[in-house]
Design a protein around this ligand. Structure first.
Ligand SMILES: C[S@@+](CC[C@H](N)C(=O)[O-])C[C@H]1O[C@@H](n2cnc3c(N)ncnc32)[C@H](O)[C@@H]1O
Length: 287
């Protein structure tokens, strides 16, 4: 047994000993907290009394399995099957990218600029559905489309929509050919967090991303890193209604180039915004 007693309070030192080189203390505490919440149904306040909390044999097996999979580099969101995004608990598995905190900032920007009115939004490359669902949860009166080319991602996004009882329309669509998606012309807000990592960056990336997350969600060819942005921008010239807006997550090193692209196509109010880490991460443009 990897614990010497069945007290839940032993979990942290045991995980710290095995994972301390790969994760910091805050990350280990977070993973244990989320696993306890999921496995034992504990709530945050109860976590203060872990010394009194006893684990059954099957709980101990669960935590031992969790530890082994974390040691192999599997992301905890895939192991637990859940990811948290903008106050929502989404199902998460290898069918789609794990939602990232930077993307919550993109959602916050859209909400901050659209406090009133009824809009129709399309999320290009929806993955787990995180952006579309967070918007729908905050603005239930909007019509929200969640588009992706990956059938598997669309299944997960649809599952998340029904699990959270949020009525989004999931559809198969290609970011590289937006004009083939008829509903796009009825959407006055376009949003996308498209693939944007040049393949050459692979060598600097952690194996927990490379070995587990779908490469279709991540990479672009080195010789054309703006591929998705150019197709979205040109598609928006044709299909986005006048005064419509587009919001994009961008690679920190290509923000200025994406900005230039939108300016060259005569978009107005083109604005780059930094994320909480101070990196160029988001762009908004108005047609
Ligand atoms: C960076 S992930 C973003 C996922 C999700 N929106 C998020 O923020 O976590 C990019 C998404 O684009 C999708 N994708 C890749 N190529 C695509 C294409 N040509 N057309 C539509 N979606 C595409 C991938 O399947 C993936 O779900």
């Amino acid at each position: 047994m990897f614990l010497s007693t069945n007290r839940a309070s032993e979990l942290f030192p045991a995980f710290q000993k095995e994972l301390g080189e790969s994760f910091n203390e805050r990350e280990i505490r977070l993973m244990i907290r989320l696993a306890l919440e999921k496995r034992l149904g504990l709530e945050r306040g109860q976590l203060l009394f872990l010394n009194e909390c006893r684990l059954s044999e099957s709980d101990i097996n669960f935590f031992e399995n969790l530890l082994g999979r974390l040691q192999k580099g599997e992301p905890y969101q895939y192991i637990l099957g859940e990811a948290h995004f903008y106050g929502l608990t989404l199902s998460s598995d290898q069918r789609a990218l794990i939602p990232r905190p930077e993307t919550e900032e993109l959602v916050a920007w859209i909400l901050e600029e659209q406090k009133e009115g009824k809009h129709t939004l399309i999320d290009w490359g929806t993955g787990s559905g995180c952006i579309a669902l967070a918007i729908k949860a905050e603005r239930p009166e909007w019509k929200v489309y969640a588009a992706d080319l990956s059938e598997e991602s669309l299944e997960l996004a649809a599952h998340n929509g029904s699990k959270l009882d949020l009525d989004i329309q999931v559809l198969k669509a290609d970011i590289l050919n937006p004009d083939q998606t008829e509903v796009a012309s009825s959407c006055d807000i376009w949003v996308s967090n498209p693939p944007y990592i040049p393949l050459k960056d692979r060598e600097h990336m952690n194996s927990n991303v490379l070995d587990y997350e779908p490469s279709m969600a991540l990479f672009v060819p080195d010789e054309d890193p703006l591929k998705y942005y150019r197709n979205l921008a040109e598609g928006a010239v044709k299909m986005l209604p006048d005064t419509g807006k587009i919001y994009l997550e961008v690679h920190e090193e290509y923000g200025a180039e994406v900005e230039q692209l939108f300016l060259s196509l005569k978009f107005r109010e083109v604005s780059l915004r930094q994320d909480l880490q101070g990196k160029n991460r988001m762009l908004r443009a108005v047609k």
